[in-house]
Design a binder for this molecule. Structure first.
Ligand code: F0G
Length: 482
């Protein structure tokens, strides 16, 4: 928690900013929430935002911008080629990451497409601390295979291990020995590991990964999309860096990577993407793909206004009081839910608060998508939308059978500096009610199932009339309340 001490002895996050522009929210009645969920095919991605009270689907592209970011957007240079905006962002990236070459992309997965097209050959392997959906999809599309090399702590939902995003060095060495270094396309480390609850890696671990890469002549690719949270955790959890500045920690991290890429929808608090490197050969190889898939080299599919905002956003990310806002709100929500008995991932990570759906609704089989059903139920109970991060987010095996996820999570993302503490308390209250009525929640099944990234547009239905019964119980318990 923040280093502010309160007279009362309580501890809670304190907003280190004030609100200057607001957006009105709509909290529909529970009956309307039920209808909206049915119309959305029990997929929170398909809800219309006008029916959503707290949009906790993601922290991607929905973080609050600062006055300085908005001001910088006004000076954007629209020229197709040679834009001054590009130079400003390039310089900022060089200053912060120490990287000479910058390739702009329209978002994180576009960077992954280009990196995978250049580095992943059929039958190669990409070891990583944990996969992300889009990273895995691009590697697989190019004929590669993902090997997850996480530590024994990573999948332990209730833990006090500070760095569950670490890579297991022994397993990495064993994998390289078994498969041969020539089969490894590159090693990928993801900051603030998304799918296991926004869990960080330590700098000590990243250094060890680098040593293994050096010993085997392998490239190290860093996914820095969730770097801001990871920086906060290194500063607050890794003793050796307690006194280090965020800027110095950042530089130590990026100096260890051959390629750093990110989604600027997360890092930089705007919208876009980037690939940064000091490796000229890699840069030249990837450059061609930018003009093919993204846009000219000085904007790469991004709006120049967003590029200006990213440059300022990156600078602001070097401020501990700015990047602590996300993790401290998440820690607050996690602790408040824990106090009410709700099973949540610990320690609290970055990105959002993660609810353990298997423990919340243990009566729902994994093939009936417990996390998907819980995400739908949370919306019906609260008007807040989170995201399924479990079996629904996986792709079926080649034989058509379900690939059961390691974890069944509902992620309640915490867009940075967007919600007030009372809104967080509201959603905690409704989830606590839902937990006390959890036996009402049952499974869901696909009625329309896309082959790739099915969780984005797949449509499902409830396997019984449980949503109606849940809404009726809400009405019974809450009277006229929204
Ligand atoms: N890498 C990580 C670690 C991510 O979390 C994301 C996006 C991407 C890459 C892809 O970036 O969306 O700009 O194309 N995560 C979003 C999320 C979608 O909601 O977690 P993108």
């Amino acid at each position: 928690m923040s280093n502010i001490t309160f007279y009362s002895g309580e501890q809670f996050p304190l907003e280190m900013h004030k609100v200057r522009i607001v957006q009105k929210l709509n909290l529909p009645k529970v009956e309307d929430r039920l209808t909206a969920m049915e119309e959305a095919g029990f997929n929170t991605f398909l809800l219309k935002n006008e029916n959503v009270f707290m949009d906790m689907l993601t922290d991607s592209g929905v973080n609050a911008m600062s006055d300085r970011q908005q001001a910088a957007m006004m000076q954007a240079d629209d020229s197709y080629a040679g834009s001054a905006t590009f130079t400003r962002l390039e310089n900022k990236l060089e200053e912060i990451f120490g990287t000479k070459y910058f390739l702009p992309t329209h978002q994180g997965r576009a960077s992954e497409n280009i990196i995978s097209q250049v580095l992943v050959k059929p039958n190669t392997i990409v070891p990583m601390n944990y996969h992300f959906t889009t990273s895995k999809a691009h590697i697989t599309l190019n004929g590669g295979r993902v090997e997850e090399v996480f530590t024994d702590e990573a999948l332990n939902l209730y833990s006090d291990a500070p760095f569950k995003g670490n890579m297991d060095i022994d397993k990495l060495n064993t994998l390289i020995e078994k498969e041969g270094a020539e089969k490894i396309a590159y090693v990928r480390m993801e900051a603030g590991t998304n799918l296991i609850g926004g869990q960080p890696f330590s700098l000590a671990n990243l250094k060890e990964v680098r040593q293994v890469c050096d010993a085997n002549d392998l490239l190290l690719v860093l996914d820095a999309s969730l770097l801001a949270d990871n920086l906060h955790f290194i500063k607050t959890r890794e003793a050796a860096y307690k006194e280090a500045s965020i800027r110095d920690i950042t530089r130590e991290i990026t100096d260890l990577a051959d390629i750093t890429y990110f989604s600027a929808r997360k890092l930089g608090n705007a919208r876009g993407g980037a690939i940064c490197t000091n490796n000229e050969e890699m840069y030249m190889a990837m450059r061609e793909y930018i003009t093919l898939y993204e846009g000219f080299l000085t904007y790469g599919g991004m709006s120049v206004r967003e590029m200006e905002a990213i440059a300022v956003g990156l600078e602001e990310t070097m401020d501990e009081e700015m990047i602590n806002q996300g993790p401290e709100f998440i820690a607050f929500m996690t602790e408040e839910l824990q106090k009410r008995g709700v099973p949540v991932i610990t320690p609290a990570g970055g990105l959002g608060c993660h609810i353990d759906a298997r423990a919340f609704v243990p009566h729902i089989e994994q093939a009936d998508y417990p996390a998907g059903a819980l995400a739908a139920a949370i919306y019906i109970a609260s008007g807040a939308r989170g995201m399924e991060r479990g079996t629904m987010s996986e792709q079926r095996n080649e034989d058509g059978s379900e690939l059961l996820a390691n974890m069944e999570l509902v992620r309640m993302a915490m867009p940075r500096r967007v919600f007030t503490l009372s809104q967080v308390k509201y959603v905690v209250d409704r989830i606590a009610w839902l937990y006390d009525n959890r036996e009402l929640i049952e499974g869901i099944e696909f009625v329309e199932e896309p082959n790739v990234l099915r969780f984005f547009f797949g449509r499902l239905q409830a396997k019984s009339d449980w949503p109606e019964r849940l809404a009726a119980k809400f009405r019974e318990d809450f009277g006229d309340s929204l």
